[in-house]
Design a protein around this ligand. Structure first.
Ligand SMILES: Nc1ncnc2c1ncn2[C@@H]1O[C@H](COP(=O)(O)OP(=O)(O)OP(=O)(O)O)[C@@H](O)[C@H]1O
Length: 563
């Protein structure tokens, strides 16, 4: 496959040939009309030969040029999209949380579409039309320099306003793209929430929100269209003024007795060649500015830097059982109240530590920090005695398996979804993990078994089945630490007891930090930490904490479920 520079080179050369052949029509018309004026009989074969040759050359080079320049533009698009996705894949969890998924998706759909149109148009037209204008003017000078001089004075008069319009378009294009993200995120949210929309009869509510967004979209696009629409008429007027002046000059000459119809035809042909090219260039100014606006957005994203990064020279964690320790950890999502405020806790290797606390007390935050999805503002998180900030990121993320309530399944086969726990796992290991997660039997009952597709977001499986797939995935990962958010979602008794049993097998032999929702879990825990407003309010085992009659005693009566 030809490289970028070769494609660019070919694009320029072929544009030059295309423009050369196209603009030479002016010269050909001039020559042929001279022959006709002189009643030269050779015109009978020279005219069709000349016109035909120019047409063929132009057609062939146009084809090659379109292919070369589009290939270049599209390959740039492909690489920009890959770079953008790679950046997002590597981006901080906080970064991804901060922007709506729909808005992120819009960068790949709306932004990229606008950029593609702009790039392809630029690639196709910029050099070709520029050469057309330059060569067309050269022909004018050759045919009649005085007329050419006149045209050259008139045409640039519109250059300045056209550039100004381009700048106005760029400003609006940015707003248009940002709003496109808003529309996409609304669509994503409201369509994904179909169950709620229907059951609460929110159709009118979502319709009103949709109409407001589409109305805003209309307004922004109209504002951009008004700018775009000004360009062509400007060029039209300039072209007409040029043409009118040419006739005045030639008419004046004819009155003086210096006739010459071949000059007239030649110049008119040149104007006809130059005009559309100049018009295309002018409207390209708008498209280029739109492209720049999107490129600004694309590069702003690609250039983003992360907060959670690997320290220089970071080494892999040395694991010896997966003891985990929080030391005076303070952390806030934003400047406001900290979500964790001086938390010190410990789970020794192999221990199960339960986290209990009111809603919003910081339990999920604690698991997020243990997986190093965020870094503490103060204090340290240690795994087997090593500060996880000083260790390599893959080794930290590899040390713990996170099983949360929002289970992510990808639209792939059951086996592929389990294998996400360890990408190089073979089929036997996948089946073994599924057995341990009590998922094997239901998987075998699916049409296609392990190769059965799970559907978008796992929609073809039940809630309990999805949970067991997630557990199988964690079993396959075989990390020494388990970070578990016990499900509260309503599963029926049988599904729940199966999930529960699978979780117990998963927790065997691992250090476990579990956000507990069940009495059986806290009873079995080696230690319970009770969180309240980001602080450890109490700690101990179930019996002693119940006896103390504090926050835990109240919470356990309300929050913890009996089997
Ligand atoms: N992404 C976020 N951005 C800003 N604040 C957040 C974010 N996530 C959580 N918080 C805040 O941090 C605090 C602790 O939240 P966290 O999710 O850790 O609580 P929790 O104990 O897990 O609650 P629950 O039991 O209801 O899930 C809350 O006050 C919450 O509003």
């Amino acid at each position: 496959m030809p490289g970028r520079y070769a494609l660019f080179g070919w694009g320029v050369i072929l544009s030059l040939i295309t423009a050369g052949a196209g603009s030479s029509y002016a010269g050909a018309v001039h020559l042929i009309s001279q022959m006709i004026e002189a009643a030269d009989p050779r015109v009978l074969w020279a005219a069709p030969a000349l016109i035909g040759a120019l047409g063929l050359i132009r057609a062939a080079s146009l084809y090659g040029q379109t292919l070369a320049t589009n290939r270049l533009a599209l390959s740039i698009m492909r690489d920009l999209q890959s770079a953008m996705y790679a950046r997002l894949a590597a981006a901080d969890f906080a970064r991804l949380q901060a922007e709506a998924t729909g808005s992120l998706i819009s960068r790949f759909t709306n932004d990229i579409t606008m950029l593609r149109e702009s790039l392809v148009r630029t690639a196709n037209n910029l050099t070709r039309d520029l050469f057309m204008v330059i060569l067309g003017i050269a022909w004018m000078v050759w045919i009649d320099w005085l007329l050419a001089l006149y045209v050259l004075v008139v045409l640039p008069l519109v250059g300045q306003p056209v550039l100004k319009i381009g700048k106005a378009i760029r400003k609006r294009a940015d707003a248009v793209q940002t709003q496109a993200g808003d529309v996409t995120s609304f669509l994503d949210e409201s369509l994904a929430g179909a169950r709620v929309v229907k059951s609460f009869t929110l159709e009118n509510y979502v319709n009103a929100r949709a109409r407001a967004r589409f109305a805003e979209r209309f307004r922004l696009l109209m504002s951009m269209t008004r700018q775009r629409a000004r360009i062509e008429p400007l060029m039209e007027v300039a072209g007409m003024i040029a043409l009118a002046g040419v006739f005045v000059i030639l008419g004046w000459r004819a009155v003086q007795g210096e006739a010459g119809i071949s000059n007239l035809l030649g110049i008119v042909a040149a104007i006809l060649v130059v005009s559309p090219a100049a018009r295309a260039l002018a409207s390209l100014a708008g498209a280029v500015q739109e492209g720049f606006a999107v490129l600004d957005r694309v590069f702003a994203l690609i250039d983003e830097t992360d907060q959670v990064t690997e320290a220089p020279g970071a080494r892999h964690l040395t694991l010896s059982g997966g003891a985990i320790r929080f030391e005076a950890v303070r952390f806030g999502y934003d400047g406001a109240r900290p979500a964790l405020d001086g938390v010190t806790l410990e789970a020794r290797a192999g221990e199960t530590v339960a986290l209990v606390g009111p809603s919003g007390s910081g339990k999920t935050t604690l698991l997020n920090l243990a997986a190093r999805l965020y870094d503490p503002d103060e204090g340290r998180v240690l795994i087997d005695g090593q500060d996880i900030r000083t260790a390599s990121l893959p080794s930290v993320r590899g040390a713990a398996a996170l099983v949360s309530q929002d289970i992510t399944l990808f639209d792939d086969s059951v086996a592929a979804n389990i294998a996400l726990g360890r990408l190089d796992a073979d089929r036997e290991a996948v089946i073994e993990a599924a057995r341990a997660a009590d998922a094997h039997d239901f998987i075998m009952a699916l049409p296609g078994g392990y190769d059965a597709p799970v559907g978008p977001k796992g929609s073809q499986l039940s809630g309990g089945q999805r949970q067991r797939i997630a557990i199988a995935r964690a079993i396959l990962k075989d990390a020494p630490i388990l970070l578990l958010d016990e499900a509260t979602s309503a599963l029926d008794a049988e599904a729940e007891s199966r999930v529960q049993a699978a979780l117990e097998r998963l927790a065997e032999g691992r250090t476990t930090l579990v956000i507990a929702h069940r009495l059986s879990t806290v009873r079995k825990a080696d230690r319970i930490y009770v969180l309240d407003q980001g602080r450890i309010a109490e700690q101990g085992d179930h019996a002693s904490l119940s006896a103390a009659g504090g926050l835990y005693a109240r919470l356990s009566a309300l929050q913890l479920r009996e089997e």
